[in-house]
Write a protein that binds this ligand. Structure first.
Ligand code: HEM
Length: 635
């Protein structure tokens, strides 16, 4: 019986040398190339690694190994299988050439020489405040902001490419918007190992992963000072475009707007929208409690909402997003946006008394979308980035650039945004400490305390650090397990593959990924190979940048998705971005001058402390919980 011999294509250079001889490819400790064959045909090459051991057991005919399982094509080159054991890398438009797209073109060589590393850029942007104070007040601020946008956007393919069903470009993948898109194609089905050719035959048990690396031991507050006002904004904002369809397995979404469409306020689809609308003066339906406006009850507005069985009817609120009854933080934001919508309707009606309900509603919706984008860029992303460079929401910055005003939400973005470590152990409101269990599905907290007290409380309470591991509340571990399970079902490529996709160096060991030796040892034991580490564990367990909420990868991967989603919105296009779209200068100015503080304080009786940052603390935070010692100074 003859046996096929497998290879590591990644170990071969364009000249058919072994990887060890090539500067740009790092040697692989787990494999050894004895002989490489040129022209992308992979035969008669010996490879020793876990994947090859499997293959050696197979008869020659059955073991024709898909060479793309080795991910031979570098620098975003596309691997296409030819024949049974051949492949070619398509290096078009990558800036590289050669069999495996490893040789930089002249322009790429210059770019690589000039381009600072992400950590250097991050360091510069988060230090030298005096310098940025000068830049922020000069024309250079716009130039740098434009550069940030262009560089980040370039990493997101537009039009979208793959999805969980199609690992190659196809019309179905482009046209069927029920899928989340994918930046990297799924691991081919016929690979010998779950992650291709690296790691173990079986991936670690998700419960073991959650218990050993995700479960909180003691609450670790975010060193950037992120608070619960931010955490609930993150959840409220993202759940307009992350609505995974769990009934249809395979990376499907129910959020067909694929971006900031405010469907979390107005509902997905016309039926729900019409149920939620008052059909008078463009407004949304509401109920009044203690003289204040709140979302209506489901008994009045019978839209589907997720509440536990037996949940009292009078406490079921009807909101655009069906899962927002889950947390008072979400019903609070739903209330604020409801009030803001109706407030803007009143303003537009004064200026346009002839407009009908429909035009008032539609124009207000566009203003609300603009307000959301502004607050997210200028306050939320600004806070998250920790940059001293002032991030500005000015769509005209991109008018001179080649930019597509369209967006498709990616599965990777959805996975990446599972920021559950933000949640604390309990919630401190108006002197009361509410345990986690009593906080869930408790809509009476909102109506009891009112928006002002909730905003005040959430703005003062620190949120947990997202990165670094071991900071997820026990009750939320199940969510982490599910997302890892889903990434397996949809065959997400490894964390290191995504590092490369985002121009980051792949980690060479678990000890480079994290400074926590216990976590590194544990991961090594369970995964066997750093190249087999999964996407979500990689993101959450990576060492955090000093004093930061998460590590390098979360920023470098999250920011491009985020900025493309925000700026790719049609309202930012030259056709839309003009006063007439928003009912005139008044509406246009509401967008341009919107802030979180105005959003809250124009819709409340008194103005609480409101920010995405806990108040500047004097003295220490007791890290064992959420208790502060010392007093606050309001900014
Ligand atoms: C106490 C607070 C929270 C609870 C109880 C909670 C619970 C859940 C649950 C049960 C899921 C669905 C999991 C699944 O079926 O796969 C989920 C999904 C998700 N959560 Fe949370 N979560 C909380 C806070 C947050 C926060 C603060 C964020 C911040 C961004 C967040 C982001 C997400 C995302 C992005 C998804 C995926 C949504 C989708 O794919 O449809 N969650 N969460």
């Amino acid at each position: 019986m003859s046996y096929n011999v497998a290879t590591t294509a990644l170990g071969c250079t364009d000249r058919g040398e072994t990887a060890e001889h090539h500067q740009s490819l790092r040697p692989r400790p787990a494999c050894k190339v004895v002989k490489c064959v040129s022209q992308g045909h992979l035969s008669r090459v010996t490879y020793w690694g876990p994947g090859s051991m499997l293959l050696l057991l197979l008869p020659r005919s059955a073991a024709a190994m898909n060479p793309c399982c080795y991910y031979p094509c570098q620098n975003t080159g596309v691997c296409v299988r030819f024949g049974t054991d051949g492949y070619k890398c398509d290096c078009s438009h990558t800036g590289y050439y050669g069999e495996n797209c490893t040789i930089p073109e002249f322009r790429t060589q210059i770019r690589l020489k000039l381009k600072p590393s992400p950590s250097v850029v991050h360091y510069l942007l988060t230090h030298f405040k005096w310098f940025w104070d000068i830049i922020n007040n000069s024309f250079l601020c716009d130039t740098i902001m434009r550069l940030v946008l262009v560089v980040r956007n370039d990493l997101i393919p537009s039009p979208p490419t793959y999805n969980s069903r199609y690992g190659y470009i196809s019309w179905e993948s482009y046209n069927n918007i029920s899928y989340y898109t994918r930046l990297l194609p799924p691991v081919p089905e016929d690979c010998p190992l779950p992650m291709g050719t690296k790691g173990k035959l079986v991936l670690p048990d998700v419960e073991v992963l959650a218990e050993r690396f995700f479960k909180r031991q003691t609450f670790r507050p975010d060193p950037q000072g992120t608070n619960l006002m931010f955490a609930f904004m993150a959840q409220h904002f993202t759940h307009q475009f992350f609505k995974t369809d769990h009934t249809a397995k395979g990376g499907f979404t129910k959020a067909l707007g694929h971006g900031v469409d405010a469907s979390n306020i107005y509902g997905e689809g016309l039926d729900r929208q019409h149920q939620l609308r008052l059909h008078k003066d463009g407004k949304l339906k509401y109920q009044v409690i203690d003289g204040e406006m709140y979302p209506p009850k489901t008994s009045e507005v019978p839209v589907h909402m997720v509440y536990p069985e037996g949940f009292p009817d009078e406490q079921r609120l009807a909101i655009g997003q069906e899962v927002f009854g889950l947390l008072p933080g979400l019903t609070m934001y739903a209330t604020i946006w409801l009030r803001e919508h109706n407030r803007v309707c009143d303003i537009l009606k004064t200026e346009h008394p002839t407009w009908d309900d429909e035009q008032l509603f539609q124009t207000t919706r566009l203003i609300i979308i603009g307000e959301i984008i502004n607050i997210i860029i200028e306050e939320y992303v600004q806070h998250l980035s920790g940059y001293y460079l002032k991030l500005t929401y000015d769509p005209t910055l991109l008018f001179t650039e080649r930019f597509q005003y369209t967006n498709r939400i990616a599965l990777e973005f959805c996975h990446l945004y599972h920021w559950h470590p933000l949640m604390p152990d309990s919630f401190l409101i108006d002197g009361a400490e509410i345990p986690f269990s009593q906080f869930l599905y408790n809509t009476s907290i909102l109506t009891l305390y009112g928006v002002e007290k909730l905003v005040d409380a959430f703005s003062r309470q620190p949120a947990g650090q997202i990165g670094g591991g071991r900071n997820t509340h026990g009750l939320l571990l199940r969510v982490a397990e599910k997302i890892i399970g889903e990434s397996r079902a949809t065959r997400l490529q490894s964390f290191n593959q995504y590092r490369k996709r985002f121009n980051l160096k792949p980690y060479t060991s678990f000890y480079e990924l994290t400074d926590n030796t216990e976590i590194a040892e544990g991961l090594e034991e369970l995964y066997g190979d750093i190249d087999a580490l999964e996407f979500y564990p990689g993101l959450l367990l990576e060492k955090t940048r000093p004093g930061c909420i998460f590590g390098e990868s979360m920023v470098e991967m999250g920011a491009p998705f985020s900025l493309k989603g925000l700026f790719g919105n049609p309202i930012n296009s030259p056709e839309y971005w003009k006063p007439s779209t928003f009912g005139g200068e008044t509406g246009f100015n509401i967008i341009k001058t919107s802030t979180l503080r105005k959003l809250v304080c124009l819709n409340t009786k008194w103005c609480p402390y409101v920010d995405f940052h806990v108040p500047k603390l004097i003295l220490t935070i007791n890290t064992s919980a959420h208790v502060y010692q010392g007093s606050f100074t309001e900014p």
